[in-house]
Write a new protein. Structure first.
Length: 250
């Protein structure tokens, strides 16, 4: 059975308890990490997810709360003597910045490296990003202040699907990408340039006809009851707010 876990649920301003938003999907043979604002390694190991579990990393956009932990995570895996390659999927400009970051940290000078395979993703609607014997992953561009992509993962084993919005204002591309998915994980930072309120996230869930809405990328100091109330006024399906380390059921 594939597991989907919230490693972090916060917006850019995080706390000790609420780390920046990132997710991990663990199947029988493959693991996917989505976003990497802090290194997830310690938390993954606490959850019983070891050095070789992640094969593919998706970076939705180049903002620190989504990418700043990546060099440390990769270097930690190196120090833990990983030899299996890691594939990184992100927009072209994001990939070139990640390459530069790794060069600035002198990745090539580290002993016993494993291969990093860079996979640029085109910002096109419903682009196929990855397909293996457990997952299909598609992405579509969303509406943030820098180029960003939402991600859809379909599990082949049980037919379940989830969609993660990344950081975005309400996006028609996301409604299309999320169409009839069991679960929409949508940011609810608050209304403003490049972001959405809980009510706006709920309108995307309603329009995409998803089964369940999980609000994420929330301000850790926000009134959670008020966020739920706003979302439930718009979307009649199940609504929850993500918390760090939760396993998502849907
Ligand atoms: Zn963010």
């Amino acid at each position: 059975m594939v597991k989907l876990l919230v490693l972090g649920s916060s917006c850019l301003v995080s706390t000790e308890k609420n780390r920046p938003t990132h997710l991990v999907c663990i199947g029988r043979r493959h693991g996917l990490l989505i976003d990497c604002g802090v290194s997830p390694r310690g938390r993954l190991e606490d959850l019983g997810i070891g050095r070789d579990a992640i094969d593919d990393i998706f970076i939705t956009h180049f903002h620190p709360d989504h990418v700043a932990g990546l060099p440390l995570f990769l270097m930690e895996l190196c120090m833990r003597k990983r030899s299996k390659p890691v594939r990184i999927h992100a927009g072209k400009s994001v990939i070139s910045r990640i390459r530069r970051m790794m060069e600035m940290y002198r990745w090539r000078k580290l002993p016993a490296q494993f291969p990093i395979v860079y996979r640029p993703v085109e910002y096109r609607r419903r682009t196929r990003v990855l397909s293996n014997d457990e997952f299909r992953v598609h992405s579509s561009p969303v509406r943030h202040v820098v180029p960003a992509m939402g991600v859809r993962v379909d599990f082949l084993e049980d037919g379940r699907s989830f969609v993660y919005s990344a950081d975005t204002e309400p996006s028609a591309n996301l409604v299309e990408l999320a169409g009839s998915a069991g679960l929409l994980i949508h940011e609810a930072t608050g209304k403003g340039a490049g972001h959405s309120s809980a009510g706006q996230a709920a309108s995307i869930a309603r329009d995409a006809k998803v089964g369940k809405l999980l609000l994420i990328h929330t301000d850790p100091y926000a009134d959670r009851k008020a966020l739920l109330k706003q979302a439930r006024a718009v979307f009649s399906g199940e609504v929850e707010i993500a918390v760090d380390r939760m396993e998502i059921e849907w």
